[in-house]
Design a protein around this ligand. Structure first.
Ligand SMILES: [Zn+2]
Length: 337
């Protein structure tokens, strides 16, 4: 739907499976004032992210992403273990910012955790610092990744390691809280292998590069939870349906592409209604999202444009199908495949 044009062209060619799996751990953070080109355009770019800022928008994105990824677990091409952790570490900040991180050492800090997630069930709380995994001290882990101006690579590496551990068994974490260390167990919970991130930006955008699913701060601010869930579900639907964006055919911005791309957008809209519903969100949020985008000038041709009318018709039809008494037990599947 609102896939950023050209995102795929900047996709890194070295996305390892481990990193891909680790990306699913609801990594979410606000990147502000980023300079330079991030390794992955949808990836977190935390150079100057402000740890002191409220993590509420970040947590919203992480929560919606977690619920979508959990509900769609059996449909996604790649799965990982969801934890609900929203992490950061000292390496994610430039040297100036590192001085403002309070008590965070070289472990991995909880900015927050998704309610009802394994992290929440384990009793983890914002401000906790993970200092060991399965008895291995994490404070020295991958310190070679630390750079002067900040990188999220170290947190990515840790989340990949944690996900790999959870493939086999629940993970034991040692947590530092108020100068006291204790051990907690994080349970296994499979879900879609994609990371959810909130990124700086005034445009009303959401997109995915297959590894991360990003939404802009502007979209998060203007869309209510159900509308934001539809935007994110649409992007997740592209992954579920195996749509690939590539240099030869990047997803057209907001679905105005011709031919096959337009059909993919319709399929993604259709499936997104079911994905949002399965995750506990009101699919009518899709209609509010279209309205938010229209007011934001994102529908260049306005609501009278046939393709937008068609998309509204699609979601309206799907919503009606969901609320009608089900004549069969068939799940909502996209047509036109
Ligand atoms: Zn799309």
């Amino acid at each position: 739907m609102i896939d950023l044009q050209g995102v795929a062209q900047r996709r890194p060619s070295t996305v390892g499976r481990a990193a891909r799996a680790g990306a699913a751990l609801a990594l979410a953070l606000v990147a502000t004032g980023a300079s330079g080109t991030p390794a992955s355009p949808a990836a977190p770019t935390p150079r100057s992210m402000a740890a002191a800022e409220p993590a509420s928008a970040t947590l919203r994105v992480a929560t919606i992403g977690y619920r979508l990824a959990l509900a769609a677990a059996d449909r996604c091409p790649e799965r990982t273990m969801l934890t609900g952790l929203v992490l950061h570490d000292r390496a994610a900040y430039d040297e100036r910012m590192r001085g403002e991180l309070g008590g965070l050492g070289w472990g991995f800090g909880l900015r927050d955790r998704v309610a009802g997630s394994p992290a929440d069930a384990a009793g983890l709380r914002p401000g906790d610092e993970i200092v060991a995994l399965e008895g291995q001290d994490m404070r020295a882990y991958r310190r070679g990744l630390v750079t002067g101006d900040g990188t999220f690579a170290r947190t990515e590496a840790f989340t990949a390691l944690l996900a790999a551990t959870l493939q086999d068994r629940p993970a034991q974490l040692r947590v530092l809280r108020a100068n006291h260390e204790s051990d907690v167990i994080v349970e296994r919970r499979p879900g879609c292998a994609v990371g959810f991130t909130l990124v700086a930006g005034r445009s009303l955008d959401a997109w995915t590069d297959g590894r991360y699913l990003a939404v802009t701060e502007a979209l998060a601010q203007r869309a209510d939870d159900d509308a934001l869930a539809f935007a994110m579900a649409h992007e997740l639907a592209h992954l579920v349906l195996g749509h690939t964006s590539g240099p030869e055919r990047p997803f057209a911005a907001f679905g105005f592409g011709a031919g096959p791309a337009r059909r993919e957008e319709a399929d993604a809209d259709r499936l997104a209604i079911g994905l949002a519903h399965d995750a506990g969100y009101d699919p009518a949020g899709s209609l509010r999202l279209f309205e938010v985008l229209r007011r934001g000038g994102m529908l260049r041709f306005g609501l009278t444009h046939p393709s937008i009318r068609a998309r509204i018709a699609i979601v309206t039809e799907e919503i009606a199908r969901l609320s009608a008494p089900a004549p069969t037990s068939e799940p909502a599947l996209p047509t036109g495949l």
